[in-house]
Design a protein around this ligand. Structure first.
Ligand code: ZN
Length: 287
């Protein structure tokens, strides 16, 4: 599932390839991909035709294209891709929506094998689409308030990994970058959020920002063919992952073997030496 660095990489690609161009036509090939556009696929196509694309913006894992005071909002879900390419190429089976432009240049295709992603037109949403107003700022935004984040995190009675996956507390962090930033900060994923000291939270926040910056520099993480950049190329941050997906391999810092544990129907990867398992009094639910 694309997390902040992958969505940021796509945002950057859209800004390069689509901003400043005018949409000629929109074809919706699967109605599920515009299910949040309540007026339906025909209306979605009609309101976008003729619109000039402004800046590409992002909050957490959402991105949007500004169109005057309105926005075209996208969430990629599990497998969504936004691909800019030759308009003459055949339309593949997983293309859910296609945008052509008045300059007859490269088209934009929303490809989504599993159809958990979606697109919608958000009236008045250029600065912040109403559909995502409940999502917390992400840690790369100027609006992100570190002290407020620390206070809210420390008020939680839950494990720290579960807390940072909550998009209403901090947006953009998913399973991969949660494990990588907890490893960088030398914090075990099951430490109680309420048991952290302020400087632990600040160290974690610095680790999240650093891993995001490194991953954006590598064009994101591609584990399979589902995440690609707008030009169809993979990101290569998977080579730089320290613990995620690396059970049984040596920790790059201390050499202990990385372990994988069950976590909320998914996995948590950590180093058993660098990320000391919390003692009982450091667990989430004890006073
Ligand atoms: Zn280690």
């Amino acid at each position: 599932m694309p997390e902040l660095p992958e969505v940021e990489t796509i945002r950057h690609g859209l800004e390069h390839h689509v901003t400043g161009r005018t949409i000629a036509s929109v074809t919706v090939l699967h109605p599920r991909s515009v299910r949040r556009h309540l007026a339906g696929p025909e209306d979605f196509a009609a309101v976008l035709a003729g619109r000039r694309v402004g800046a590409a913006r992002r909050r957490g894992k959402y991105l949007w294209l500004q169109m005057g005071s309105d926005a075209l909002l996208a969430h990629l879900g599990m497998s969504g891709q936004l691909i800019v390419g030759d308009p003459g190429l055949p339309v593949g089976p997983h293309v859910r929506a296609r945008f052509t432009f008045t300059d007859a240049g490269p088209d934009l295709r929303f490809v989504d094998q599993r159809t958990f992603g979606h697109l919608c037109f958000d009236v008045g949403g250029a600065e912040l689409p109403s559909a995502i107003a409940h999502i917390a700022p992400d840690p790369l935004e100027p609006a992100f308030d570190a002290e407020r984040f620390a206070a809210r995190l420390r008020a939680r009675r839950t494990g720290i990994k579960r807390a940072i996956l909550d998009q209403s507390l901090i947006s953009g962090v998913g399973n991969i970058y949660a494990d990588e930033s907890l490893w960088r900060a030398k914090l075990h994923w099951d430490r109680g959020a309420g048991k952290l000291r302020r400087h632990d939270v600040m160290r974690l926040l610095a680790a999240i920002r650093a891993v995001f910056a490194d991953a954006i520099g590598a064009g994101g993480t591609s584990f399979d063919s589902l995440y690609v950049q707008v030009n169809g190329e993979s990101g290569y941050f998977s080579r730089s992952l320290s613990v995620y997906g690396r059970q049984g391999e040596p920790c790059p810092r201390c050499g202990a073997l990385v372990i994988r544990e069950k976590f909320m129907n998914r996995s948590a990867y950590s180093c058993p030496r660098c990320q000391r398992r919390p003692r009982l009094r450091e667990r989430r639910d004890l006073p």
